[in-house]
Design a protein around this ligand. Structure first.
Ligand code: SAH
Ligand code: AVI
Length: 327
């Protein structure tokens, strides 16, 4: 890279985003069963707690994805045609992304990195670290909701590799996932490629342990969404009144992460002028985390207007990175 290192980060967490949060939370807490979007986990503390999850012995997906990226990034980048731009959806700390950036640098094609994340703090700190590590890299970050603002991703930066790592696609509900991937496919040019990280179906016991670690970090991460609602919406949740629950639904092939009210109570959300009743034992579903097989992913791509072009797994076969192209 010969050009100058630059960082530009556009923030799109405006009044609309605040209004979306208010209507999402109102709808979710009045729904049957109650639910909240996992995007509200990720304030500064939520991002830090997720980083701690990635270091847990029980949480294998990060390690498995790192193994694939450390061993096969050059192959992946070559299969993607050594594009100039790496767009990363839900980039977070971009810890594993370095393997892709380095492979693009070695291949002589790296120009621009576009991190896209809802968490402003982590996007700024990630960008600041990466410009030190990759002199000449242009960073054009977007702090936004990738579902709401997908069309803001720059399209004029040459061929793009669009990475969606960590298994975050598994946190979208099937209809959301279908719409999201179809919109993404419609935005992709013939030379763009998607690199998608997905956790694979496995034994219930390992899955449940990965989402309910004995040290309680995942429970803290899950309960953090209540802290976010207390702060942003003037809610009066007491975190000790709720229990972290993580169970595998084999039929749907997904983990369901919930918060269970230990007793009957009424929660007040001042900013919504809303009071919500909880029965003893009633749950709020705060996240799903879908698990895939190669066959299921092929079907997911087909209905979104893409096709599978490459399949990379870790040695244990726990996790897959797949490369896809628009049809
Ligand atoms: N890719 C990283 C982080 C995964 S955690 C890894 O593999 O380790 C999920 C990331 O997606 C978080 O950084 C979170 O802030 C971001 N995220 C979740 N929902 C989002 C949304 N709707 N829009 C933008 N970013 C989102
Ligand atoms: C970000 N996402 C892929 C994580 C997952 O595994 O579904 C979030 C997470 N929730 C609890 N532990 C990790």
């Amino acid at each position: 890279m010969e050009s100058e290192t630059t960082i530009e980060i556009e923030v799109h967490l405006d009044a609309d985003a605040a209004a979306t949060m208010r209507s999402d939370v109102r709808r979710g807490l009045l729904a049957e069963p109650k639910e909240l979007s996992p995007k509200y986990f990720y304030d500064e503390r939520g991002s830090q707690l997720f980083e701690r999850i990635t270091e847990l012995e029980e949480y294998y997906p990060t390690r498995a994805e790192r193994e694939i990226l450390a061993g096969r990034s050059r192959e992946i980048v070559a299969a993607a045609g050594c594009p100039e731009t790496l767009v990363e959806l839900g980039s977070g700390s971009a810890a594993k992304t370095r393997h892709l950036l380095s492979a693009m640098e070695v291949g002589g094609c790296l120009r621009t990195y576009v991190p896209v994340d809802i968490s402003e703090e982590i996007t700024h700190s990630t960008a600041a670290c990466l410009v030190e590590e990759y002199p000449g890299l242009s960073i054009q970050g977007l702090v936004c909701d990738f579902e709401r603002d997908l069309e803001r991703i720059p399209a004029d930066l040459g061929p793009r590799l669009i990475a969606f790592l960590g298994g975050t696609v598994g946190n979208l509900y099937p209809d959301q996932r279908r719409d999201f991937l179809a919109r993404l496919a419609a935005l992709m040019g013939p030379d763009d490629r998607l690199l998608l990280g997905t956790d694979l179906v496995k034994e219930t016991e390992r899955l449940e342990l990965a989402y309910d670690d004995p040290a309680g970090v995942t429970a803290e991460f899950n309960k953090n969404v209540l802290t976010v609602l207390n702060r942003e919406l003037g809610a009066d949740f007491d975190l000790d009144d709720f229990q972290h629950v993580a169970r595998y639904d084999a039929e749907e092939a997904r983990m369901e992460i919930c918060l269970r009210s230990l007793a009957g109570r009424t929660i007040r959300l001042e900013a919504l002028d809303l009071s919500v009743d909880f029965a003893a034992g009633e749950e709020i579903r705060t996240e799903i985390s879908s698990k895939f097989t190669r066959q299921r992913l092929e079907a997911v791509y087909a209905e979104a207007g893409m096709e599978l072009r490459g399949w990379f797994t870790d040695t244990a076969g726990d996790y897959a990175l797949s490369l896809a192209a628009p049809l």
